[in-house]
Design a protein around this ligand. Structure first.
Ligand SMILES: Nc1ncnc2c1ncn2[C@@H]1O[C@H](COP(=O)(O)OP(=O)(O)OP(=O)(O)O)[C@@H](O)[C@H]1O
Ligand SMILES: [Mg+2]
Length: 260
């Protein structure tokens, strides 16, 4: 019979396994010309966890995501995805890893000349060549239904609202069933009701898919709703990382001011 000790050991193992970081960023430095943007930044996120990255405009939040996606290289430091170093990785290696990532850029960035359905089909056409046309069509419908956009398949991006564009962007980010979800300001520029809807959607997706997610946001309320952990950045570094309550308890002046 399993003793309490055995069970505790087993649980510890599960916890450890589930807790291994999917994305681990260490001591990341990035400058543009003489402007230091990331200054030795470290953070990590595990499976099933949502990390909200907060900070004032221009602190390097989008730069951080671009480095994790491999769209740009840091000057030094390490970025490991499931333990694999991606800094300095050649383009084809990065391509394989990028398939595990879904991302939504700050400006939703839908292709203007493609319909909503074609936008969501794009990553499938590119990376799931084995899918038949009809399978792809079904998958696109299913993805758009997940974000509540199933009625707008044939609309053009210019004909839908900002919140709807973000939802389509999310559907596209999910197309390849990513292990890692990177969202840059998913609620920026939206009214409180639409941003609440996006938050609910992110929470639902997270519950269903247990991804490792990093969500950049200015919106403290949204961060509190969707994230297990928050990291507040300033001057290219993490000032504090923890739960919302940890941030509230902090005596650091910058944290207090940010929360005000
Ligand atoms: N390709 C680039 N070339 C030169 N400077 C850049 C480049 N990309 C970003 N920067 C600079 O790096 C700094 C951080 O930019 P970043 O876009 O990461 O800010 P952010 O924290 O995302 O801000 P916001 O909240 O306004 O989106 C800014 O000063 C920006 O001008
Ligand atoms: Mg940004």
């Amino acid at each position: 019979m399993a003793t309490a000790y055995d069970i505790a050991m087993e649980q510890a193992e599960i916890k450890q396994d589930g807790g291994a970081p999917v994305v681990a960023v260490e001591n990341l430095q990035k400058a543009f010309e003489t402007q230091k943007v990331l200054n030795g930044m470290s953070l990590s996120v595990s499976r099933g966890e949502t990390l909200a990255v907060l900070g004032r405009s221009g602190t390097g939040k989008s730069v951080l995501l671009r480095l994790i996606i491999g769209l740009d290289q840091p000057d030094s430091g390490s970025i490991r995805i499931n333990g694999q170093e991606i800094v300095g990785l050649a383009l084809d290696g990065m391509g394989e890893i990028r398939k595990k990532m879904g991302f939504l850029f700050q400006q939703a960035a839908l292709y203007d000349s493609l319909t909503i359905a074609q936008n969501v089909a794009f990553p499938l056409e590119r990376h799931r060549g084995e899918m038949s046309r009809s399978e792809r069509g079904d998958r696109v419908e299913q993805l758009l239904a997940e974000v509540g956009m199933e009625g707008d398949l044939d609309k053009m991006p210019s004909d839908i609202s900002g919140g709807m564009k973000k939802r389509v962007g999310l559907a596209r980010a999910l197309a390849l069933e990513p292990e890692i979800l990177l969202l840059d300001e998913p609620t920026a520029g939206l009214d409180p009701i639409s941003s609440g809807e996006i938050d609910d959607l992110i929470l639902k997706l997270q519950r269903e898919r247990q991804m490792a997610s990093i969500v950049v946001t200015h919106d403290l309320h949204s961060a509190r709703t969707i994230a297990n952990r928050l990291a507040l950045l300033d001057q290219g570094n993490v000032v504090i990382a923890g739960s919302f309550e940890d941030l509230e308890r902090s005596e650091i002046k910058f944290v207090k001011e940010f929360l005000k």
